[in-house]
Design a protein around this ligand. Structure first.
Ligand code: NAP
Length: 247
């Protein structure tokens, strides 16, 4: 699964799942654009870790909600590496509360990052993916988009929205030979999971047939496969990586 010479942009890849994806792709020879919004130091560490493994990487500060910043990131990627082949829309946030108490602001913020960010980045890099030799769009959704989850009406709606978006873009990209897929992680050990109270975490893990949370590597290795030429005939799919939680 060599990614030699392929240029990959991963949103929100200074930390968490995004960082794992950046490191997996960098270790396979990809040129990696490590996007971040606020985690400057973590993004620099991600780049250093890719360099230590012999890969090429740069940081690119951009809020995915800001179209101008995303377009500046594309310029930066082009100046450094040329055309982009793979876009991973990973940046995401939660704003959890029971729906009855949810403010319109909490709804809008979650839509703006998870769906609006995906819109901005996909449209900005669309021509790159279309023109690439087997371009790849990979959107990081969630099991919550399928199952729902108490206190996450906004997040569940946004993550479910990614499924329909991905299938549509898959249809539109297909005649150019590029693919679009979603990965739907189950509960994964990152800062996002750390925000969930301990007793709730225990209840969740009791529902997972494989009896553990996902590690970042479980998600990153799936994305690495979808980004590679080995996945050429898979498009418009949602790949669940959840330890059997939806069985
Ligand atoms: P995390 O540890 O909370 O990290 C979130 C990442 O998103 C950070 O890198 C952050 O960058 C970035 N981000 C947030 N808003 C941004 C914006 N406006 N512009 C650019 N970057 C932004 O989250 P994670 O657990 O790694 O989650 C990554 C993705 O997987 C998300 O889409 C999440 O919904 C999904 N997911 C996570 C889980 C889980 O259990 N952890 C399960 C299913 C799906 P900065 O730090 O620079 O702000």
């Amino acid at each position: 699964m060599s990614m030699e010479g392929r240029t990959c942009v991963i949103t929100g890849s200074g930390r968490g799942i995004g960082r794992g994806i950046a490191e997996h792709l960098g270790a396979r020879g990809a040129n990696v654009v490590v996007n971040y919004r606020s985690s400057d130091e973590a993004a620099r560490e991600t780049v250093e870790s890719i360099h230590e493994k012999g890969g090429e990487a740069i940081t690119a500060k951009a809020d995915v909600c800001d179209r101008d910043e995303v377009e500046a990131m594309r310029e930066l990627a082009h100046d450094e590496f040329g055309q982009v082949d793979v876009l991973v829309n990973n940046a995401g946030i939660t704003q959890d509360t029971r729906f009855v108490n949810m403010t319109r602001e909490e709804w809008d913020q979650v839509m703006d990052v998870n769906l609006g960010g995906m819109f901005n980045c996909t449209q900005t890099f669309y021509d790159d993916i279309w023109n690439a030799d087997e371009g790849r769009l990979i959107n990081i959704s969630s099991i919550v988009g399928k199952q729902g989850n108490f206190g996450q009406a906004n997040y569940a709606a946004a993550k479910a929205g990614m499924f329909g978006f991905t299938r549509t873009i898959a249809i539109e990209l297909a005649s150019g030979g590029s693919t679009a897929n979603c990965v739907a992680p189950g509960f994964t050990r990152t800062d996002m999971l750390a925000e969930v109270p301990e007793e709730v975490q225990e209840r969740i893990v009791a529902q997972i047939p494989l009896e553990r949370f996902a590690e970042i590597d479980d998600i990153a290795s799936t994305v690495r496969f979808l980004a590679s030429e080995d996945s050429s005939y898979i498009t418009g799919e949602v790949i669940d990586v959840n330890g059997g939680m939806d069985l």
